[in-house]
Design a protein around this ligand. Sequence first.
Ligand code: FMN
Length: 240
Amino acid sequence: MTRSIAVAAQQLEEDIAGTPREAIETRRSMRRFLPRPVPRETVERVLEVASRAPSGVNIQPWRVYVLGGERKSRLSEALVDAHFNRADEHQPELKRSPDRLPEPFKSRQRQIAWELFGLLGIQKGDREGTKAQHARNFLFFDAPIGMIFTIARALERGSWLDYGMFLQNIMIAARGEGLHTCPQAAFAKYHAILREHIGIPEDEVVLCGMSLGYADPEAPENQLVTPREPVSAFATFVDV
Ligand SMILES: Cc1cc2nc3c(=O)[nH]c(=O)nc-3n(C[C@H](O)[C@H](O)[C@H](O)COP(=O)(O)O)c2cc1C
């Protein structure tokens, strides 16, 4: 283990966030989890706290499928198989980003992809390595708990705002339990398989998934700390 990984590993071990600021600042997308189980009561507590999220006229548009054990393993198997063998047959129902991401967004996307693949030793242009890493999404990055989030088809984009707050609350509440997460849009593409395996009705749209568990403190991919623009780059202060 290199020194920087050892230091990060020590910081990650048993790191329970005490304050909201600590919870927000220590939340990062983790992409390798330990086999340590997460009790159902803990997941319920996280979801209960998260459901305090505000929503326009309190409609609470969220619906969560919490997966573990054998059913989760069987679903992962089916998703990995589709990812490697039938990816072209699947499309997400909601378009998340434009076909060509404009600047400055494209550069930001590139930077984190290179940094993540760099940590994993995946070279630029290594299509197989990239595809194999993407497949790890469908194993929920080995987390004991996987969640799939849906929204009623009848709702409009306004409710996605509410939904984002709920998702963020889950990730923050998880930190208060010493848990980590990875939000994952990757699942949306395979909504047909998700419907079949976990009985999601047609009047719900699959938005994304999320891995939940204890992060592996030594995994290289968990050392990724993504940068942020300074406040001066995105905030305009008027008469303040
Ligand atoms: C809605 C949403 C979908 C995401 N989908 C994925 C995904 O499918 N796979 C993945 O590895 N990371 C996914 N991410 C994680 C982002 O890459 C990550 O949040 C971003 O790079 C910032 O890093 P941080 O979460 O560590 O701060 C997603 C994040 C969000 C908010």
